[in-house]
Write a protein of this length. Sequence first.
Length: 345
Amino acid sequence: MNRITTCFIILISITSCKNEYKPRETITVSIDKFKMDSTSIRAIEIINDSTVVYAGSVGDIGIITASGKLKATKKIVTDTIVPHFRALAYTKKAFYALSVGNPALLYKYHDNVIDIVYKEEHEKVFYDCIKFFNELNGIAIGDPTDECLSILMTRDGGNSWGKIDCKDVPKIEEGEAAFAASNTNIAIVGENAWIVTGGLKARVFHTSDMGLTWDVYNTPIVQGKNTTGIYSVDFYNDTQGIICGGDYTDKFGNYANKAITNDGGKTWEVVSENMEPNYVSCVQYVPNTQGKEVFAVSTNGIFYSKNAGVNWVRLSDEGFYTIRFASKNVAWLSGNEVIAKMILN
């Protein structure tokens, strides 16, 4: 090996070491809570590190600032129906809030105007989550009304939505559905989307082309009851992902409720078996940490992993339904009658 080649290898090695992120060994958190009377909030999305938009259980949609100030708040009632929101997404032009239950109502909120852009009536209708790939393409998912998951798509920025035909989606298993726990049944990276299910079967549905074609993969997450399965999914990139859940009726159970993948969801490995966190309603990677730092929340508390979800520590006993990161050091959370801003130290 000549001297030039040796120097080149050393240079690459040094550069690689410099780019390697070293996760924080310990983290403390400070939480500033804002009281939200008479509403349960499972759907929040970050606008910036000082502002978050939310949708609640009593038809309420609003924006809250870091000081706790509410602005642009709307209370929606449609033909005496007060929509219960558990799914929320936004683009640069509008917010989209999707109600659970029958009828399903998808609202577009823009320029202080609210329009219904999708309505579905069916005794089994129940939508769980909504996300956007980009400014034009979006996806929403819900429990099956036929032999497949209910999957809505938009290709025009949310102005119109259509339901994918069951012939174009893998069939569900008996007793398989989804959970509207934290608006994180869907994870998106580029044109990839992963959808997670639970109940008698806990699986991961994957599209690599924004909903045109689909595959489905089995998981080792606990399943077999209506309340067991995957409650939340997140992907750091198109190969590394994490799923969490458990059994909502056994919030202290921690058997087969956390798993990770490094092949895009094809195979999954159970981690932190019989250890905290127990039941998890939401899991999220911390941005700009190379997929090494992860947070999980539920009504049991707030948990942190510094090794991509393999091991965890409890940071707080405060209970929340969902969490979103504005930056590496700032996150927002929500729960029953509360929205909170969390600073990581």
